[in-house]
Design a protein around this ligand. Structure first.
Ligand code: N01
Length: 548
């Protein structure tokens, strides 16, 4: 069955929300490998998801490009050539457009359309999905491929809308770009987006002031072209790379050290960490001491190394001290990778303002005012203030399961899922890289492929059994929620105020949202559940309704 864009009421086997990495592969899998009819709704005018919206200067992935893509099709993996170690935003978008063309995906995607609600009809065992363009569509399966970081966080500063200059948010950057030449600019935030944007904004702006609430541990990216011999070696090792990233902890070719920082001398730590620092990338975080995630004394040894590196890079000792993170351990907050971030603060026209001790009190018509009364004037304010992460994109849609229960209400005290993929009372609803899956603590495309494959396997099982629905039992879900809490308990992750904890959004429950068994073990657990007759899931033959 085909559904044309202008059909206002129609029926398909599956609706997918979002046309980023997750939605594109889900569409391909369900339609081309399983023969289902699928309609994808995408709020943007093109494919790309996060890479469609995040066009701020310097936006690029922090994953090495050779592992930042699909691996389900060897030819696709081989034929796409990345120009640098880390792929830049426009290149990732071009890649995803290539994927959409190669598998003829666009014809089943409705662009410029946001899904506003989805209600499960218990009489019919189907989802009724509504959009902001007035469409209504019924589907047996609903797959949210909405990303973990797609709802921007715009702090509600008093007077926010009174500012008469230009206002931007890194997560919704103008497609035509922004020219800051000769302008006075204020940037609020020092997360991964800000760390990438600040060096480039500083190149254009006549004056740049960065408002920092929490300093981050920023690791060198060491970006650049990949040497040809390395590229060729990788091309000759497709199967090995695929296997290794799928079985790894984080979706990279990185292994944690066996010896702990606690058992190591300062000299040993220096000689382990320095090559990783110079190599750049996540090696110093996800490929070094495992005990730093559990023991603050071990963590302090790594922190000391990093503090010294910041002092080496930043000339003004006061600014360096302000840029040195305090009050939380290294590695439990997402570490940005930089290309000249620290060095930017050596420029005379770049200033750093601490808004932890002296918070932003208000936005004024000409700039910002802090609590102590200090004022700043700008031509432009850039909010690099992040996202309502993980649960935010799901809660933004009015998703109602059995008995009309609202998913956002069910999750009022934090997400409740089975495998981060399904939720009891919401039959045939699947979330790609949802909360309580490894997702944001992994190289996303690796997790996305695994999730999509698993969802397709479960849907295949529904069909093979002649069932109408699949959903997790409440017991399986409760156990998964407890398991997630137990995994994080012995670690230091809960000691920091991070978006992993929902701590960046006022009023959001403070719950650690990613799943901490990581990519390989999580995959093994999912495989075990499937092999164990889909343990924790209930398949119900119910009444088949109109959607056989
Ligand atoms: O957002 P963030 P982001 N007053 O939440 C500050 C991924 N990503 O867009 O830390 C003052 O990290 C906030 O302060 P604090 C990546 O996973 C990937 O930068 O909450 N400041 C923080 O400094 C990343 O982690 C890539 O105290 C306020 C900043 O705004 C995630 O996206 C690139 C404030 C927000 O930082 C999010 O990154 C970019 C307030 N009221 C992003 N509210 C790559 O792969 C917030 N802040 C390269």
């Amino acid at each position: 069955m085909t559904v044309s864009d202008d059909t206002r009421t129609s029926t398909v086997d599956a609706v997918v929300i979002g046309a980023g990495f997750s939605g594109l592969y889900m569409l391909h899998k369900l339609r081309d490998r399983m023969g289902l009819t699928v309609r994808v709704f995408e709020a943007g005018s093109g494919v790309g998801g996060t890479w469609y919206w995040n066009r701020y200067p310097g936006a690029r992935s922090d994953s090495d490009s050779y592992v930042y893509g699909f691996t389900f099709d060897e030819q696709l993996w081989r034929e796409w050539e990345w120009s640098e170690r880390y792929p830049e935003q426009h290149e990732i978008r071009a890649y995803l457009e290539h994927v959409a063309d190669r598998f003829d995906l666009n014809k089943d995607i409705t662009f410029d359309t946001r899904v506003t609600g989805a209600t499960f009809d218990e009489a019919d065992n189907s989802w009724t999905v509504t959009t902001d363009k007035g469409q209504t569509i019924s589907a047996r399966y609903l797959i949210t491929a909405v990303g973990a970081l797609s709802v921007s966080n715009l702090p509600d500063f008093p007077g926010r809308d009174s500012f008469q200059g230009e206002t931007y948010h890194t997560g919704h950057w103008p497609h035509e770009g922004v020219d800051f030449t000769g302008k006075g600019v204020g940037v609020i935030g020092t997360g991964a987006s800000a760390v990438q944007a600040i060096p480039l904004i500083a190149k254009e702006a006549s004056d740049l002031t960065v408002f920092q609430r929490t300093a981050n541990y920023v690791i060198p990216a060491n970006n650049g072209p990949v040497p040809e011999e390395i590229r060729q070696a990788r091309l000759g090792n497709y199967a090995g790379i695929r296997e290794r990233i799928q079985q790894s902890y984080f979706g990279f070719e990185l292994d944690l050290l066996e010896k702990g920082a606690l058992e190591s001398t300062d000299e040993e730590i220096y000689s382990e960490l320095m090559p990783r620092w110079e190599e750049g990338g996540f090696g110093i975080w996800l490929g070094s001491y495992v005990d730093m995630f559990f023991d603050d004394d071990a963590n302090a040894k790594v922190r000391n190394f990093l503090h010294d590196r910041i002092r080496e890079k930043v000339k003004d000792p006061e600014t360096a001290e302000l840029l040195i993170p305090k009050g939380y351990p290294f590695g439990v907050k997402r570490n940005p990778l930089d290309s000249g971030y620290y060095e930017t603060f050596n420029e005379p026209h770049v200033h750093l303002v601490d808004v932890k001790s002296n918070p932003i009190a208000a936005v004024t018509p000409t700039g910002l005012r802090l609590e102590d009364g200090a004022t700043f004037e700008f031509d432009a304010i850039v909010y690099a203030t992040g996202f309502d992460a993980m649960t935010g994109p799901m809660n933004k849609i009015d998703i109602r399961g059995r008995g009309g229960q609202l998913l956002g209400e069910k999750w009022a005290d934090g997400p409740r899922t089975y495998l981060g993929l399904t939720s009891a009372g919401f039959p045939n609803l699947f979330t790609i890289t949802g909360p309580q899956s490894p997702s944001v603590l992994s190289n996303m495309p690796v997790s996305i492929e695994q999730h999509v494959d698993l969802v397709a396997t479960i849907i295949g099982e529904v069909r093979d059994r002649g069932a109408a629905t699949v959903e997790p039992t409440k017991e399986a879900e409760d156990a998964w929620v407890v398991h997630n809490a137990e995994l994080v308990k012995p670690t230091l992750f809960e000691t920091a105020d991070t978006w992993y904890m929902g701590a960046n959004i006022p009023g959001k429950p403070r719950v650690f949202m990613p799943h901490l068994s990581f990519v390989g073990p999580y995959r093994a657990k999912c495989d075990e559940i499937v092999a164990n007759d889909y343990e924790g899931f209930v398949f119900d033959t119910g009444r088949q309704g109109a959607l056989a």
